[in-house]
Design a protein around this ligand. Sequence first.
Ligand code: ZN
Length: 329
Amino acid sequence: MMPAPPWLAEATSALVSAQRSGRLSHALLIHEAPGAGGDWLATWAARLVLCQNPERAPCGSCPGCLRVAAYQHPDLTLVRPLEDSRQIRIEQVRELSAELALTSHGGGYKVGLITPADALNRFAANALLKTLEEPSPRTLLLLVATQPSRLPPTVVSRCQRLRLRAPAREEGVAWLTAARGAADWGAALDAIGEAPLLVADADPAALAAVGADTRDTLEGLTAGSTDPVTAAERWARSELPLRLLCFENWLTERVRRGAREGAFLAEMRAAPYLSGPGAFLNIRGLFGLINEVQDLRAALDVPLNRGVALEALFRRLAPAERARGGGQG
Ligand SMILES: [Zn+2]
C-alpha cells in the first residue's frame, strides 16, 4: 500500500475506535473529494476488520493485511466497473450479495468494496438495497464515491457517511514525494487540483503538460482566439477523460477566484451592470458548466458524439456567447 495520507488520520482513528467498541457500521459511504484517498481508506478499513492481529489492527504485515492490499483476500470482494465500461451492473451486485451471504473463510468479517459507487447504474443500486437493508452479521460494505448525489437517496440513507476533504497543496506534495520520490508534483496538481491519489498513478511531467495544454485551449476559447470545433475534435481524439478533469479544475478555480475577489457578491448586488462582454461567466454559469463537465465524464462510455457535446460546452465559453447571456446558466 501507499504510505498513509496524513490528512486521513482523523478518519482512520475514528474507524479504529468504532471497531474496538463494536460500533462499526455495516455500511460506510466514503464521500471523497476526487483523489483525496477514498480507495486507500476503504482498503485500510478492509484491513482493519480482516487483520489477524486484532489488538493492533491493521498491522499491515500479517497475511490478512497483505492479501487485502493485493485485493487477493477470500473474504474481500471488490466491485469495479468492468473493462470498457464506466458502469457497475446489476449482475455484479448480485454476485457480491451472494458472496456476502456465505460464511467467511477466516471465521470473521466478509467485506464488499464498491468503487466508484457512483458508477452503480440504477438497477445495480436497487439490487444493492436488499443487502443494505438486511445485512448478514459481520458484514462490512464500503462504498467510495465522489458524487453520492448520483446514488438513490434510499442507498445513501442506509450508509454511514464519511467525508474526505481535499488536502492542502503542501500536504499533497509532501505525501506524493514520500510515496513516489521527488518530482514537480506542484505542476501535476495544478492540472487537476488537489487530488494527490490520482496524481500518484500518473507520470507527473506528462500530466502537467496535458494540464497546461488544456488551460491554453480554455483560455483561447474564453478570449475568442481558439476555434471551438477544432478544439473539440482535438480533445475528443486524445486524453479526453483527463482533459475533462482539468476542465473541471479550471472552472472550480474560477469559482474560488471569484469568491476570493468578492466578484459574486458584487454580482448579486448589481448583476445587470457586471454581465457585459468583458465579464467572465457568473457563478450560476460556472456551476452549470461544472455539472455538465461532470455529466460528460460520467457518460463517456455511452455512445454519443463527444466532439459535438464538447463543442456545445466550448461555445458557452466564447465571448460572443457570453455577451448574448449564454453564461447566465
Ligand atoms: Zn494485519
